[in-house]
Design a binder for this molecule. Sequence first.
Ligand code: SAM
Length: 292
Amino acid sequence: KRPAIASPTRTRAIMTAYGLNFKKSLGQNFLTNEELLKQMVAVADISANDDVIEIGPGIGALTEQLASKAHQVVALEVDQRLLPVLAETLADYANVKVIEQDVLQADLPALIAANFTGQQQLKVVANLPYYITSPIIKFLLQQPIPLKTMVVMMQKEVAERLSAVPRTKSYGALSVLVQYQCQAKLAITVPKSFFVPQPKVDSAIVKLVKREKIAVPVNSWSLFVKVVQGCFAHRRKNLGNNLLSIIGKKKVTKEQVAAFLNGMQLSDRMRAEELTVEQFVELTNKLQKSAI
Ligand code: SAM
């Protein structure tokens, strides 16, 4: 059996053999620690019951660890230079399919129908390109696909935001929007020395488990996004003033906003970071129904 792709020497050797440089613009920092990749696969609890979508396989370091446990792996890579590399490094794994594809442009329902039988659970496991971490997570959560779990590596600061609880500095719009749909947990912190080339910041692996049923759903997703983003738009402003900006000063007065919030046992002097996800849902649904 060949040695794991995930080592600094093999990574550099593969890149040299193909005459390739690491493209910073595509977030190409490759993981070179086999032990960590095994831990990541364990966090995702990958078994023969799982079909996995990987985003950005690079030269296949994580892909081969996934392939040795999963039923099937479909890996989407935007950099066409890496396709011949992956064809060779993953040649031993019959259950892997690499597709040249920008994930943000992917028709995931069609891709899933074409590649998986639908008998297995669907999971996403990826070491994300950091320049588009949030867009990818938002994109994946909006797709009409039967996704169970996402285990994704990202910059530590974003991982902290995804998993943040109310009344902390990291808690913001991203925390609320993601946690509405998922349970989020920061699983492993990863030092930058585990990558080639080393990124500027440390990283972390986050586990997102999609909620099977949302206790109180929002009636309008677009209004929810508008309210949550608007309430956090100016962190130092209070809830009342942020809401006033969202609704528009021509439509309501400060006093009406205060009274509306009081009706929900909230105060206009609170800050967005004090509200739980459930309170943002209630606020959105009440706003939609009320005259203000
Ligand atoms: N999975 C490899 C690893 O763990 O070492 C590589 C991870 S590297 C951080 C991110 C990968 O995502 C790169 O291979 C990059 O080319 C790819 N990538 C960047 N933008 C992408 C996009 N829009 N769609 C799909 N892949 C993308």
